[in-house]
Design a protein around this ligand. Structure first.
Ligand SMILES: *Cc1c(COP(=O)(O)O)cnc(C)c1O
Length: 399
């Protein structure tokens, strides 16, 4: 059955994705099942989206209840779940105000517009440039892609949106040199996700903040992947002793439902006034209700965040042991919480395929980094299973 579905998938869908030959039909917790009934342990979780696991009962109940009450009304009116969600995010972050949209790229677009508008409101048109980092990923829409510091993703889509330049990540001198009178913002991921799980040195963001304050530049943190408990704290900036001016969220925010957010402090948020920015579906009752349940579940008793931190350390230790066992195949294991990468000495695609045939889903980013972003509910025994599978595969690899 899967074979026929895959044939039709290729026939009717644009070829934007290099998909694995698996059709997924059902999921529960850490597990997903294919249309042919094969069971997999899911260490991707929809790319850091399904933070509570698949079909979490509380999410399913919220969805059912909200679907019976109200799906969509537009932002011409006040929406109860949207107010609730904004309040929850504000009470648990640096921010004073929220704007809701539908994806990571849309959140990044909102952040870019807000930063430019704030600069115009305060500096008479001079400042409109945004500095980002090489290896970053901010999304596929045109401005978000122009902000993304990866030429290979931009190729073929020129002319790009002007006003962006990139410097080396985790290099404070390069960043300082790139700042000019025209710089209005610096936009960074706290930990680079798609770029290969790159963690900056502990004092990097403190220095970035100092530069921003000195030159009156806004700091945008793109927490689309790192946010919502992924690193063991609700937001990754909490690890680095830094407060952003603007933060973007998406991926895990809706626990599996599409929603994005732009958060900002009062004075920056004030630059968005009626008519400056909008989104028809943004902050719709369904997505917001599910996001409220997701955050409430994440924060309840601090249990899931503590679990994520604890089990993330367990996971990393196991991978470090594997690195010692196979130094000719593995360069490094790194990560915080459950955002973990394993850098290989060679491309990782065949390892991903071998894992899938043994019933474990992982993926490979920037060519040679295996990425693990399981649901935050993952257990030791499930991690042990993945490690066994990886060990077995590496043993059979030439080294
Ligand atoms: C995934 C991602 C995006 C883009 O999100 P989409 O929902 O795919 O548009 C933006 N920034 C970061 C850091 C991401 O990881």
């Amino acid at each position: 059955m899967e074979k026929k579905l895959i044939h039709e998938s290729k026939k009717y869908l644009m070829s934007t994705y290099n998909r694995y030959p698996i059709v997924l039909r059902k999921g529960r917790g850490m597990k997903v099942w294919s249309a042919d009934g094969k069971e997999y342990l899911d260490f991707i979780a929809g790319i850091a989206v399904n933070c509570l696991g698949h079909c979490h009962p509380r999410i399913v109940i919220t969805l059912q209840k909200q679907a019976q009450r109200l799906l969509h009304v537009s932002n011409l009116y006040h929406i109860e779940p949207q107010i609730q969600l904004a309040k929850l995010l504000v009470e648990n972050s640096f921010a004073d105000k929220a704007f809701f949209c539908n994806s990571g790229a849309e959140a990044v677009e909102g952040a870019i517009k807000l930063a430019r508008k704030y600069a115009k409101d305060h500096a008479f048109n001079e400042k409109n440039e945004i500095i980002t980092a090489f290896g970053s990923f901010h999304g596929r829409t045109l401005a978000a892609l122009s902000a993304t510091g990866q030429e290979k993703l931009q190729k073929g889509f020129e002319p790009l949106v002007p006003g962006f330049k990139s410097v080396a990540f985790n290099d404070i001198n390069a960043l300082e040199k790139a700042i000019t009178k025209k710089t209005c913002a610096i936009m960074l991921e706290p930990i680079q996700g798609e770029g290969g799980i790159r963690i900056p040195s502990p004092d990097y963001f403190k220095q970035v903040r100092e530069l921003c304050d000195k030159h009156k530049i806004l700091l945008i943190l793109d927490e689309v992947q790192t946010g919502m408990g992924r690193t063991g704290k609700l937001f990754a900036y909490e690890h680095f002793n830094v407060t952003p001016d603007i933060m973007t969220l998406a991926k895990g925010l809706g626990g599996g439902i599409a929603i994005g957010a732009v958060l900002a402090g009062e004075s920056v948020a004030a630059s968005f006034q009626p008519g400056t920015h909008a989104s028809t579906f943004g902050g719709n009752p369904l997505a917001c209700a599910v996001a409220v349940t997701t955050i409430e579940t994440l924060l309840e008793d601090g249990f899931l965040l503590a679990h994520c931190e604890h089990i993330g350390k367990y996971f990393l230790k196991k991978l470090e042991k594997l690195q010692k066992e196979f130094p000719s195949i593995i360069i490094e294991a790194r990560g915080i919480g459950l955002m973990i990468g394993l850098e290989l000495t060679k491309t990782g695609d065949s390892i991903v395929e071998k894992c899938a045939s043994r019933g474990v889903l992982i993926n490979c980013i920037s060519g040679n980094v295996l990425r693990f972003t399981p649901p935050l509910i993952v257990l030791e025994k499930e991690i042990d299973r993945l490690i066994d599978v990886l060990e077995d595969i590496f043993e059979r690899e030439p080294h």
